[in-house]
Design a protein around this ligand. Sequence first.
Ligand SMILES: NC(=O)c1ccc[n+]([C@@H]2O[C@H](COP(=O)([O-])OP(=O)(O)OC[C@H]3O[C@@H](n4cnc5c(N)ncnc54)[C@H](O)[C@@H]3O)[C@@H](O)[C@H]2O)c1
Length: 212
Amino acid sequence: MTPSASTTTPELVADLLARIEATTAKVGVIGLGYVGLPFAVEKGKVGFKVLGFDRSATRVDLVNQGKNFIGDVKDEELRALVSGGYIQATTDMDRLGEMDVLVIAVPTPLTKNLNPDLQYIEAVTREIAKRLRPGQLISLESTTYPGTTDDVMQPILESTGLKAGKDFFLAYSPERVDPGNARYTTKNTNKVVGASDAASRRVAVAFTARPS
Ligand SMILES: NC(=O)c1ccc[n+]([C@@H]2O[C@H](COP(=O)([O-])OP(=O)(O)OC[C@H]3O[C@@H](n4cnc5c(N)ncnc54)[C@H](O)[C@@H]3O)[C@@H](O)[C@H]2O)c1
C-alpha cells in the first residue's frame, strides 16, 4: 500500500504493523552517535534496512565505508551490515520522506540553567516536517523532559496539516543505554515507550519490541 491523505488511520496502522513484523519497514536513524549507531546496528541485525542520517559528512562517510567509531559497536558487525546493504548513511535530509520509521537520537546537552537544550531536536523535527507523509512513525530517543513530543515536536509536525495519531504517529522512547557497560547493552536494556494516542503507542511498541 502507498499511503495517501485519504488512507484511514486503521489502514495506516495495519500497514505499518505489517511492515514492522516483516522487517520491511524502512528505518531512518537521525544522529549516528553513541545512541544512534548501536541502535542502527541492532535494527540492521534483525533484518531492517536502516538509513542513518547525520549532519557530519565525516561520520556518514565512515559508516558507508564500514568503519566504526563507537566503542559499543563491533567493527566486523558494522562492516557486514554495510556490505550486506542493511546499513547506509547519508547527509541528505530529503531522504527522510522515504522512511517508514524515523528514530531521533540527536544531542540534548544541558543549558546553563540545567535544562536540556532542544535546539537539535527542533532542527531535526523541522527537517522531518518538510517531508512528513501519512503513515510515518517518529520516535524520539534523545534524553529530554516529559512533554517534548506533545509541546515541542507535535506543533511543528502538525503545521503540515497532518495530525498526530491520525495521519502520522509520534512517540517517546528515551534511550537508557550506558555506553561501555559490557553486561547491559543497546540490545538487552529494557525500554519505556510512551505516546499520547493509542495508534502511535501501538506502532511504537511494536517497533521497539521487534523482534521480541
Ligand atoms: N551517550 C550516552 O551515554 C547516552 C545514554 C542515553 C541517552 N543519551 C541521549 O541520547 C541522545 C544522543 O546522545 P549521543 O551520546 O548519542 O550523542 P552523540 O553526540 O554521540 O551523537 C549525536 C549525533 O547527532 C548528530 N547531529 C546533531 N545534530 C544533528 C542534526 N540536526 N541532524 C542530523 N544529525 C545531527 C551529530 O553529528 C552526532 O553524530 C542525547 O539526548 C543523549 O542525552 C545518551
